[in-house]
Design a binder for this molecule. Sequence first.
Ligand SMILES: [Zn+2]
Ligand SMILES: [Zn+2]
Length: 327
Amino acid sequence: MASTPFNPTGEYQPESTIGLPVLYRWPPRPLAALKYLLFDMLFPWGYLIIALAFLSWYYLTPSLEAMREFEAGWIAAIWLRNAALLMLVAGGLHWWLYVRRGQGNRYKFHDKWLATENRQFLCGNQVWDNMFWSLVSGVSICTAYEAITFWLYANGYRSVPAISEHPVYFLACIIGVFFWGTIHFYCIHRLSHWPPLYRISHELHHRNLNTGPWTGISMHPIEHLLYFSVFILVWFVPVHPVVIVLLSLYMSLGPAPSHSGFNFVEIGGKRFFTGDWFHQLHHQYFNFNFGNTTSPLDQLFGSWHDGSRESLQAQKERKRRQRRATA
Ligand SMILES: [Zn+2]
Ligand SMILES: [Zn+2]
């Protein structure tokens, strides 16, 4: 395998800096933009999540008729489906990268493995802690929003646009999930850094300086309430149920690869992009990269960090000066 670039502390650091996606560059390059949408943005995790959304709606979700009344049975079925899929994606990545250590520390951002004796985490164990918050709070609050959404559709408060009658609208909704999810995330994440909210809620996610797949939706319940409020848009804009499930899975499963702690995962001799260097920088330095590159609001509001060595050095200096000033 090709050698990987390491910074002086022994951690992996991508060689190229993070650029603005071609979609947002001038002059427009339609073919390159299409390639970005179909490959860079969606391959492989987006396609996996879209496939799981179809599978889930047609085989693993109660029918709309069954969801007219709030009942424990169908809500529990959705909870179980969401929990099982998170176990599959986050658990699968965790098993390969951290239990089996299938690729050693190749492409690993951090030089340490996940904490097993750190009192900041429940039982001192980062993975158990992350699993607890993800499954007990994350999956439950996601399921609650999803259940309310399906109840609205089941009772006719919103119509269901048939795929056969509105195929273009359906495709636009599928792609739209990836943009809406990242725009909404930027907004609630920026809000979560407001000091009072940070202290009572978001701080829990940021205990994970070194992240793993289970860190993705390891958040405080208050942050889960904000994070999964992404569903509220489809309470007003009618979409096909596959899109509702996609929204659920994109928000709950998507952060697992992006927090995996590795820039690439190697499976069967192939290398797949996993890590989100952009968000990884947020976990290390806190004050920038609140969103994602797909919807580059950080660029618009001046909090975009491209990961270049010079700007990282400047950040380290700034932190050192802050520490000296408060010492
Ligand atoms: Zn994060
Ligand atoms: Zn944050």
